[in-house]
Design a protein around this ligand. Structure first.
Ligand code: HEM
Length: 78
């Protein structure tokens, strides 16, 4: 399967930048948060501002409801 980023299966509860076998940026490895609905909400609002140097080149999701829906979906991936 072709992927542009790390698998997000089980992402909630995992420390950022630690999924085995994925080559994260130093910025993501150093981010230090554990992914939760709250930390995902902060990150997804503006990934490249929040994690300077991330290789996730994505402007983010400005709409709060849209972010909440995405995070609710991610919570089902376990
Ligand atoms: C709403 C859409 C997206 C969500 C919810 C999302 C979520 C995430 C999360 C939570 C991480 C950190 C994973 C971890 O620490 O285990 C991540 C990393 C990453 N994502 Fe996304 N992402 C999205 C869109 C994208 C897009 C559009 C791209 C490609 C342009 C992308 C490429 C990446 C890459 C390359 C990383 C690794 C970042 C690094 O090592 O600095 N993502 N994504």
């Amino acid at each position: 399967m072709t992927r542009v980023g790390p698998s997000l299966f089980g992402v909630i509860g995992r420390k950022a930048g630690t999924l085995p076998g994925y080559n994260f940026s130093t910025a993501m490895k150093d981010y230090g948060v554990t992914w939760s609905p709250e930390t995902l909400n902060t990150y997804l609002a503006a990934p490249m501002q929040e994690v300077k140097g991330t290789k996730m080149t994505f402007a983010g999701v400005k709409d709060e409801t849209e972010r909440a829906n995405i995070i609710a979906y991610l919570a089902t991936l376990k």
